[in-house]
Ligand binder design. Structure first.
Ligand SMILES: Cc1cc2nc3c(=O)[nH]c(=O)nc-3n(C[C@H](O)[C@H](O)[C@H](O)COP(=O)(O)OP(=O)(O)OC[C@H]3O[C@@H](n4cnc5c(N)ncnc54)[C@H](O)[C@@H]3O)c2cc1C
Length: 402
């Protein structure tokens, strides 16, 4: 898509109304996708998305764009596979090019224990609908010749898993396409409109106070990645969420085509190549919880060292840009979706470092929950009540978190 075509994205901006059927707080991927699916699947169009900055200005516009379903527990594999499949047809459905590209992800193992972990990942993925196979060092070399199988003499590659359907997509375009698609069906998206409080009547949430005045709704949904604890506190709700910064960086162009996404749990980093040829590198969260968007030299130094260990060609590249987002982390590294126990108030949160890939399925399922008043089977394991009933969903299938 060139600059001319970019301008063709047809946003319909309108004045806010005093009341809606559904108000969604947060114009990131999850808020916009929920609005999109409410309108396109359930014909619920009297919906407003309220975004305090600009759409995609949160984590949905600052992530490393990895889409995959090779998670570590059955419930997650099923859910992320649904999302991966929705992504595969989203360009066709919305008529917008999102630069979706299937690349495959190679996950390296550097110890006997890690080899067993990748074998188990392949088994559990296959059993619950995602395509993942165990691969030997020789096969890894065939898929990605750039990998130094000696791991710099310190982190030898002893095996790994390969998930061929993993992909990337341009994050801004995903946000824009969903916003445009929702607006086309009559959804209102209000940028520069911050929610400052929730309006309650008895124990029910009936609307929001905003910088553009009060608005009422039958259902209010929070999709405020990075800030959900303060938003939920307005409803008297204390969530099991801690917010941590997550950093990433890109290098200048690598002149050769680097096809797959490469990840290592032991080295705690992952890398892919952007459409412009830059190498895009992500890692684990900053340990100290905070709302800081500051990027640091320490992260750059340690993360680039790990990347060079496996991919020595990156030694020749230069760091172009570095940035940070703030991630709402749940204690079991799984999302929290659904009813909250407060009437009229639902949430989608706990998207931590892994929520970009979940945007289509998260939106689809939350739209179904709002439209039917019932929790869909696919997301039932991820309800907030799991923490009260000792049914946590600990998932070690994510590289960026631990
Ligand atoms: C560096 C980095 C790399 C990542 N890499 C990946 C990856 O490769 N793959 C992956 O799957 N995930 C990745 N993620 C995680 C992913 O980006 C997030 O989980 C996902 O974008 C969350 O989407 P969201 O819609 O819930 O939140 P956001 O996109 O953060 O949107 C929330 C919106 O709410 C708005 N808001 C907040 N408070 C208010 C208020 N009071 N009133 C109105 N609006 C408000 C914010 O301005 C924001 O725009 C990464 C994240 C980071 C930071």
């Amino acid at each position: 898509m060139n600059e001319f075509q970019e301008k063709q994205v047809n946003f319909k901006w309108v004045e806010p109304k005093k009341s809606y059927d559904v108000i969604i707080i947060g114009g990131g991927g999850h808020g916009l996708a929920t609005a999109y699916y409410l309108a396109t699947r359930h014909n619920i169009t009297n919906v407003a998305v309220l975004e305090r900055k600009y759409i995609g200005g949160g984590n949905s516009g600052r992530n490393t764009t990895v889409i995959r379903a090779n998670y570590g527990i059955p419930e997650a594999v099923r859910f992320y596979q649904r999302s991966l499949e929705l992504y595969q047809t989203l360009e066709q459905e919305t008529g917008r090019w999102m630069m979706h590209k299937q690349k495959g992800i190679l996950w390296m193992a550097h110890s006997e224990a890690a080899v067993r972990q990748e074998m188990a990942r392949a088994e559990i993925n296959t059993a619950f609908g995602a395509k993942t196979e165990y691969v030997t060092p020789k096969q890894i070399h065939e898929i990605c010749p750039e990998v130094d199988l000696t791991g710099g003499g310190v982190w030898p590659v002893m095996g790994g898993s390969y998930h061929p359907e993993a992909a990337t997509a341009r994050h801004d375009r995903v946000n824009w396409a969903l916003a445009e698609g929702a607006m086309k069906h009559g959804v209102h998206v209000h940028q520069g409109t911050a929610v400052t409080n929730l309006i309650t009547s008895g124990s029910r949430v009936i609307g929001v106070e905003t910088t553009a005045g009060p608005m009422h709704a039958n259902v209010v949904m929070s999709a405020v990645g990075g800030h959900v604890t303060s938003l939920a506190a307005m409803a008297g709700l204390r969530l099991p969420i801690r917010t941590h910064p997550l950093q990433a960086f890109v290098t200048n162009h690598y002149e050769q085509k680097f096809h797959p996404i490469v990840a290592s749990t032991s080295l705690l980093f992952y890398v892919s190549q952007t459409a412009r040829g830059e190498m895009l590198v992500g890692a684990e969260i900053d340990r100290q919880p905070s709302y800081s968007y500051r990027s640091g030299h320490h992260f750059l130094q340690t993360c680039s060292h790990r990347a060079i260990t496996l991919l020595p060609f990156m030694r020749q590249l230069r760091v172009l840009r570095q940035w940070t987002g703030v991630c709402d982390m749940s204690p079991d590294y799984s999302p929290i979706m659904g009813f909250t126990g407060v009437d009229g108030f639902v949430i989608t949160t706990g998207w931590g470092t892994w929520g970009f890939k979940a945007i289509p399925a998260g939106g689809e399922q939350m739209a179904q929950l709002i439209a039917t008043g019932q929790t869909p089977e696919l997301i039932a394991p991820f309800s907030l009540s799991r923490f009260a009933h000792d049914r946590t969903k600990a998932d070690r299938g994510s590289a960026g978190t631990h």
